[in-house]
Design a protein around this ligand. Structure first.
Ligand code: ATP
Ligand code: MG
Length: 392
C-alpha cells in the first residue's frame, strides 16, 4: 500500500496576514530536511502539506523522524493512498489500520470531502465506513464524543487518503520566520536549551562561544562544537563563532577586584557578542541564565550585565527550575554532551567570594580600570567562524 505523509501546521495557521509567509518558510524548511532522502511530490491545502515519496526506497518512518524536529509542525501522520472510490477506501482502511484498530477500544470516522463532486456526502462516508470497520473489528465500539482513535477519510482531487494515528510535531513557528539572534553557547546544560526554546519561536540562531586557552582545553571546545552540531537537529544550520578570550581574562585578573570577575566577564562577553551579532544581522542575544542559579545570575547581576547591552537579551530559561531545564535538555539530546566534565572559561576564573548584589556604579568603575577597549577589538578581530549543518 502506498503511503504519503501529512503535515499539519500549528498556531501559525492563526497568524492572519502572515500566514502565507509562515507557510512558505515552513515549506522551504521541510524540503531542505528531506532533500537528501530522494524525490518527493508536495501539495498544500487547508493547513496541510501532503508529501508523497516518489522513490521506492524512501521510508515514510524516516520522513516522519526528520520532520518531528521541524518547528511549525503541529501534527504529522502517515496516510494510505486510495482510489477515489468508496469500496477502495473501505478495503484499504480495513487493511491499513489493522494494528491501530486491533489495539483500540473505541473509534469514530471523520470525513473530509474537498472534492465536492464525490458521490457520497461526508455523513454518509462516516456512517458507512464506521459500519464496515465495526463489522471487521467487532471488539470496537463507536464513540463519537471521546474516541480513542479517529479514522479520517480524506477525499481530495486526485486521490483519497485514509489515516488514523497522529504524531505530535515539534510545535512552535518555522525557523527563520522570526529573524535571527545570537546565542551565547557555553558547554553547560542551560544555553543549548535556551537556544532550542528561541528557535522554537521561529528565531534562526547563531552561536558564540568564548575560549581561554591554555586555561580551557581543545577538548572543551570540541565538546561545545559537538553540542552545536547536536543543536542543528532542531535549530537548523548554525554559524558558530569562537572568540579568543584569554587576554581579556588575564587582564581582568590583573587589574580588577576579584569579587567582580564573573560579572565583568559576563559584561565583556556581552559587548563582544553584540559586535559579532551586528555583523550577522542578529537583532538580539540569548543566554541560558535562570534567576538565582549562581552568583552572576541574581537580578541585580543581570541589571549590571544588561547595562552594556543595546540590543535585547532573551533568557528563555529565566523562570525554569534546573530539573525543568534538564528535562528539555534530555528531550533534545544535549544533556549527555553537556555533562561531560570539561572546563568552561567562566569556571577557570571563578572568584572565591563573588558579589551577589553588585552595584552598577562600582562595576563600571572596576571595568574602566581594566582598560579593555583594545583587547575587545582584538578579540572581535580574532574571532573565527564555522558553520554547523544539519546532519542529513
Ligand atoms: P550553562 O549551563 O548554559 O553553561 P550556567 O548555569 O553554567 O549555564 P553560567 O556559567 O553562569 O551559567 O553562564 C550563564 C550563561 O552565560 C550561559 O547560559 C551562556 O549563555 C553564557 N556563557 C557562559 N560561559 C560561556 C562561554 N564560554 N561562551 C559563551 N557563552 C557563555
Ligand atoms: Mg556554564
Amino acid at each position: 500500500m502506498k503511503e504519503i505523509i501529512l503535515v499539519k501546521y500549528g498556531e501559525m495557521a492563526l497568524k492572519g496576514q502572515n500566514k502565507g509567509t509562515f507557510e512558505d518558510i515552513l515549506f522551504k524548511n521541510i524540503k531542505y530536511r528531506l532533500k537528501s532522502m530522494g524525490k518527493f511530490s508536495y501539495s498544500r491545502a487547508q493547513s496541510t502539506i501532503y508529501i508523497e515519496p516518489m522513490e521506492e526506497n524512501i521510508l515514510p518512518d524516516e520522513v516522519i523522524d526528520r520532520l518531528k524536529k521541524v518547528f511549525g509542525i503541529a501534527t504529522l501522520c502517515k496516510a494510505c493512498v486510495c482510489e477515489k472510490d468508496f469500496s477502495d477506501v473501505s478495503a484499504k482502511a480495513i487493511e491499513y489500520l489493522r494494528e491501530t484498530l486491533e489495539d483500540a477500544k473505541s473509534f469514530k470516522v471523520e470525513a473530509k470531502r474537498a472534492d465536492k463532486t464525490f458521490p457520497m456526502k461526508s455523513p454518509e462516508i462516516c456512517s458507512e465506513l464506521g459500519g464496515i470497520l465495526a463489522e471487521n473489528y467487532p471488539h470496537l465500539t463507536v464513540d463519537v464524543h471521546n474516541p480513542e482513535i479517529t479514522v479520517i477519510a480524506d477525499i481530495r482531487d486526485t486521490n483519497a487518503y485514509v489515516y488514523a494515528d497522529k504524531i505530535r510535531g515539534a510545535g512552535g513557528l518555522p525557523l527563520g520566520s522570526s529573524g535571527k539572534a545570537m546565542l551565547l553557547l557555553s558547554g553547560g546544560i542551560d544555553s543549548p536549551v535556551a537556544g532550542y526554546m528561541m528557535a522554537k519561536r521561529g528565531i534562526h540562531i547563531s552561536a558564540i562561544h568564548f575560549v581561554s586557552p591554555p586555561y580551557t582545553s581543545d577538548r572543551a571546545l570540541l565538546k561545545v562544537e559537538e553540542l552545536c552540531q547536536k543543536m542543528t537537529d532542531y535549530c537548523g544550520d548554525i554559524r558558530f563563532y569562537c572568540v579568543p578570550f584569554t587576554k581579556i581574562q588575564e587582564q581582568l585578573k590583573l587589574r580588577c577586584p576579584e569579587e567582580y570577575f564573573t560579572i565583568l566577564m559576563r559584561r565583556l562577553m556581552m559587548i563582544i557578542a553584540q559586535e559579532i551579532a551586528k555583523k550577522d544581522d542578529n537583532v538580539a542575544l540569548i543566554t541560558g541564565e535562570s534567576v538565582g542559579q549562581v552568583a552572576s545570575q541574581t537580578m541585580q547581576a543581570m541589571v549590571c550585565t544588561d547595562a552594556v547591552c543595546h540590543i535585547p537579551v532573551f533568557r528563555p530559561c529565566i523562570g525554569l527550575d534546573k530539573t525543568e531545564i534538564i528535562e528539555i535538555a534530555r528531550k533534545i539530546d544535549t544533556f549527555d554532551i553537556s555533562v561531560q566534565p570539561y572546563e568552561d572559561c567562566c569556571t577557570v576564573f571563578t572568584p572565591r567570594h563573588p558579589k551577589i548584589r553588585p552595584q552598577l556604579e562600582q562595576i563600571e568603575k572596576a571595568q574602566e580600570k581594566g582598560n579593555f577597549a583594545e583587547l575587545i577589538q582584538e578579540a572581535v578581530d580574532g574571532t573565527e567562524m564555522k558553520v554547523f549543518r544539519v546532519n542529513l
